[in-house]
Design a protein around this ligand. Structure first.
Ligand code: PMM
Length: 303
């Protein structure tokens, strides 16, 4: 089976016949799951390299929290946070993604060596983003989005969440192509937890095939999100805290990999690095047996 990878990516990633693992490097004082821990550039870069040692294929560097209710960070501050970390990680040989909705930050990060632009707004937050993606030609993750963190919970109504998210992503893909972005550059992402109440995240995960039907690789970002806290709530209903959600995150990584995800974006890399390898061995064994079975049936048919 040949995997669908976006282009262009270093060959050492495209030869891998498994789901990739993207490790999160948040250079923010306030991210919901690891806020403040890696706020200094040197600490953030060291954290990124530790994630590579644990099995991250790509590092996603972000300087603006997207936690529900979060306020925006001024562009210069976002740049100040992100660029030194991107530079240092690229210099160390890592494949780097920049998590930003701002075209100017994306442009500078690509100039600093970033291979991927990860835009949680899918190009909706900043109209100049599509031009940066078209001009630089880098891989672009377009996530399903209905508004910034301070208002997104007001836009969380769906007729059928799977159909609505698929159709809105299809519209984004068409708009990107119309603006000169090559289809091959684009990765699609259902945007778990973004304008999605807890119950709406599960059908999206269980029906990744609906997004894959759009013909692009799919990225899943479930790591430590609120809906997992609710799933794992204690007997009194108190949600499990973010750092108690890594086992559930790894389980989602394995299931997403079996469901055909191209990449999982996670904070705890070690668990998901194992999970995607388990899924690869599992699906290889399944495919092999199916091949043998269909050959036997062909043989029977010919006899
Ligand atoms: N989630 C967060 C941030 N960036 N990017 C993509 N493509 N998909 C996601 O689901 C996603 C993202 C929020 O999580 P964080 O604040 O822990 O980074």
């Amino acid at each position: 089976m040949t995997r669908l990878h976006p282009e262009p990516l270093p060959e050492r990633l495209t030869v891998l016949d498994r789901t990739l693992v993207m490790g999160v490097v948040n250079v923010t004082p306030d991210s919901f799951s690891d806020g403040g821990r890696w706020f200094e550039p040197a600490a953030a870069a060291a954290h990124g390299l530790a994630l590579v040692a644990q099995g991250a294929d790509v590092l996603d560097v972000g300087g603006e929290s997207t936690r529900p209710g979060a306020e925006r960070v001024p562009p210069d501050e976002e740049r100040r946070r992100v660029l030194p970390v991107v530079r240092e990680l690229v210099a160390a040989g890592a494949v780097v993604s920049v998590d930003t909705t701002r075209a100017a930050v994306a442009r500078d990060a690509v100039a600093a060596g970033a291979h991927v632009v990860n835009d949680v707004s899918g190009g909706l937050a900043d109209p100049a983003m599509v031009d940066v993606v078209a001009e630089t030609g880098v891989v672009y993750v377009a996530m399903h989005w209905r508004g910034h963190a301070d208002v997104m919970d007001d836009h969380a109504t769906y007729d059928d969440v799977v159909v609505d998210v698929r159709d809105e992503l299809a519209a984004r893909l068409a708009a990107l192509e119309a603006a000169g972005v090559r289809r091959e550059q684009v990765v699609l992402d259902p945007g778990l937890g973004f304008a999605k109440p807890g119950r709406d995240n599960w059908p999206l995960l269980a029906h990744l095939d609906a997004l894959q039907a759009l013909g692009r690789p799919v990225l899943v970002g479930a790591s430590r999100k609120r809906f997992l806290g609710h799933l794992l709530a204690g007997p009194d209903g108190t949600p499990a805290p973010p750092d108690a959600r890594d086992g559930a995150t790894a389980a989602i990584s394995a299931l997403s990999a079996l469901g055909g995800a191209w990449c999982v974006r996670v904070h705890d890399v070690a668990g998901s690095a194992d999970a995607v390898r388990v899924a690869a061995a599992w699906s290889a064994a399944r495919d092999e047996r199916q091949d043998q079975h269909s050959h036997t049936q062909d043989g029977d048919h010919r006899a």
